[in-house]
Design a protein around this ligand. Structure first.
Ligand code: NAD
Length: 316
């Protein structure tokens, strides 16, 4: 049985992806790692304190468990990256290069590394942004993702490292808190709605952004990693899309369930980041190459979150 290592496993995506990988492959075969303490979702199954900026430590963990597959998630996200540009470059680049180099030296079979819609800047077509279009990001986070995509393609073409990648849109989940991204508002809004509070949104009401429910993001990731190698034709990173909505539209979806819910708009520095990103994404390559299909609409996601989030809040 292949052993899988997840870096940044205590984060918003890592917590849910690790849980699903453990369901599929068995808890003992999925080694979670992070610089944080393991959270409840990660639990007592194999866990290693692992700083991805320390290449020797990555090698040690890979040797200890005989790891053959890596999901490398550790990164600084868009809003936090704008506040600390040097750390963002160092963590997002050194972390990735360490993992790619270790994979090449230790014959790791397959790597997953997430890119983001943040690769696109104002030069990209705003609606249905194509797979191949000028990127030219205006955020440091986007710069790290463009450079990271090129490194992934380079390691595949030069050294045969089978690294696969998805340009995630904003990810929305209720099981863990988001880590400082520009789309975090679409998670916080549900918490405020359930608390009976007015939500103060840091984007304007008509800022449309591509988004995806966490269940779909986890499914996309595992589908891509399970696809036969010959189906993976894009070696930078695949556009994937699910839903696209504005703050006003997500508020409307919540009001169908909680009619008294109110939202106000107080845009801050994150508005500039959001305005530079696409409104929606064309993901036809992912759909035709490895059969990507999303499941959750905005309303279906809202119903699911409003049903399950209260139990998560109760436990905290
Ligand atoms: P997150 O901030 O919630 O989690 C990142 C994790 O990395 C944290 O648990 C953090 O402790 C850990 N970490 C930080 N520095 C580390 C280091 N030096 N060594 C090891 N671990 C370290 O982020 P997330 O939302 O789970 O995102 C995971 C990946 O998906 C990132 O690469 C991110 O760029 C990408 N992504 C996320 C979104 C989104 O909306 N959440 C969208 C597009 C792409």
């Amino acid at each position: 049985m292949s052993k899988i290592l997840v870096t940044g496993a205590c984060g918003q995506l890592g917590s849910e992806l690790t849980a699903e990988l453990r369901n599929i492959y068995g808890a003992e075969n999925v080694i979670a790692s992070d610089i944080r303490e393991p959270n409840e979702q990660i639990g007592d199954s194999p866990f290693e304190h692992l700083d991805v900026m320390n290449k020797a430590r990555i090698e040690e963990v890979i040797e200890k468990y005989d790891v053959t597959i890596i999901y490398h998630l550790a990164a600084l996200l868009s809003a936090n990256a704008e506040q600390n540009i040097n750390l963002a470059w160092k963590l997002n680049m050194d972390g990735l290069l360490n993992v790619l180099n270790v994979a090449k030296e230790k014959n790791v079979e397959r790597i997953f590394w997430p890119s983001s819609i943040a690769v696109f800047g104002p030069d990209a077509q705003k609606e249905k942004t194509p797979q191949n279009t000028p990127t030219n990001p205006t955020t440091v986070y986007g710069i790290t993702k463009v450079a990271g995509e090129q490194w992934c393609a380079y390691f595949y073409n030069k050294f045969g490292v089978d690294v696969r990648s998805i340009r995630y849109p904003g990810l929305i989940g209720y099981k863990s808190l988001p880590g400082g991204g520009t789309t975090d508002y679409a998670v916080d809004i549900y918490h405020k709605a359930l608390a009976g509070e007015t939500f103060s949104c840091f984007l304007t009401k008509d800022t449309a952004l591509p988004m995806m429910y966490m269940n779909d993001a986890v499914k996309a990731t595992i589908d891509l990693m399970q696809a036969p190698e010959e189906n993976i034709k894009v070696r930078t990173s695949y556009n994937v899309s699910a839903i696209s909505f504005t703050p006003e539209e997500i508020a409307g979806s919540i009001q169908k369930q909680i009619p008294e819910f109110e939202i106000e708009y107080t845009p801050d520095y994150r508005q500039e980041i959001a305005s530079s990103w696409p409104d929606s994404i064309d993901d036809s390559s992912a759909r035709s190459d490895w059969g990507w299909k999303h499941t959750y609409s905005l309303d279906k996601m809202t119903e699911d979150i409003l049903e399950h989030l209260p139990k998560v809040i109760e436990k905290v």
